[in-house]
Write a protein that binds this ligand. Sequence first.
Ligand code: LCS
Length: 400
Amino acid sequence: MHDGERKELSFSTRAVHPVEPESTDGVRPHAPPIYQTSTFLFDNVEQGARRFAGEEEGYIYSRLGNPTTRILEMTGADLENAEDGAAFASGMGAISAVLLQLLSAGDHLVAGRTLYGCTYSLMQGILPRMGVQVTFVDATDITAVKEAVRPETRVLYAETPANPSMDLVDLEAFAALGRETGATTVVDNTFMSPYLQRPLDWGIDVSVHSATKYIGGHGDVVAGLAFSSADLVAEVKEEALKDIGAILGPFDAWLLIRGLKTLPLRMEKHSTNAQTIAEWLQEHPRVSRVRYPGLPSHPQHQLARRQNPRGLYGGMLSLEMEGGFEAGRQLLDRVRLCTLAVSLGATDTLIEHPASMTHSTIDEKDQRAVGISPGLVRMSVGVEDCDDLLSDLEQAMRGL
Ligand code: LCS
């Protein structure tokens, strides 16, 4: 299929048809081949030298590029409406490579204050040690982001929805602020996936993913992706990815290409299940608060509707139990169908306790400031039959 023809097709169709593998010797496999090789042969010394000099297209060594991984990068970029993409060994591999590429000693980063625990600790630990100053702000408030910007600010960074507060960032306003201040905007799009949200469509410069989650979709691979302009992706690949080396292996890339095929189907079911469960939890007397962008009670529900025109709000929600930490602990210990585990975006429902698990790298006092109370429970709602999930929650809540 030509690029022009692809552009005419809907997201679901393009997800099922990966960008075509480069065919070798007339062999045309239906599924993309897994090029499980660390290096590639040269015909002669001149050819090897031409490839190293960038004078001839072609593969050299899998840390510099691999044909299976390339299919994933191109298919993902097509779905995210980006010029190009790069694949990494993990979401943290993607985030750290992008930030290390964009920032140098003396630069300043402004980041939304609610972030996945390791993203937060990267920004609190390694980046300041390398001479980068970081200011955390409430990114739901664009004025607060603007006030934090300094002449040396190079990057504005946010998650939307944020993990685990489910706070949203106005992508259009965030992108406009980046352009106004000359900072590169980077958004973590893990929670929504490209099916439900494409930050670059709103003017954001870089979209990063923990592809471990919805893109892989089955809880069996750890991976990361970054999407941006062709120039920035080339820079990241030529420096941060090549020299730090957090590359994705070809088999893991293949699993993600397979995962992408069912992304639209899964996101529809994750979203309708999560909407039903959020509505049910909201009415439950033992639950004091539910955070889900699809609920009219979410403080940014109107923004969610604008940014998610499909009317689907993903599979992630968090809830606070009456009775704080102890009630939350009991709920987690009593569920039978929901799986007690961190991570998210798998086909089965995962339930966890951010304060002691995913966000335990954040100090207790900072946790409160970023909306992580001791009783907060996070659910990654799966694609099971929703009635079975409700029955499990009902039995777990009974007698609490
Ligand atoms: N960004 C977000 C929003 C995440 O939730 C995670 C991981 C990452 C980046 C990092 O991705 P990784 O390196 O693990 O592929 N979030 C996790 C979580 O909430 N539970 O376990 C991991």
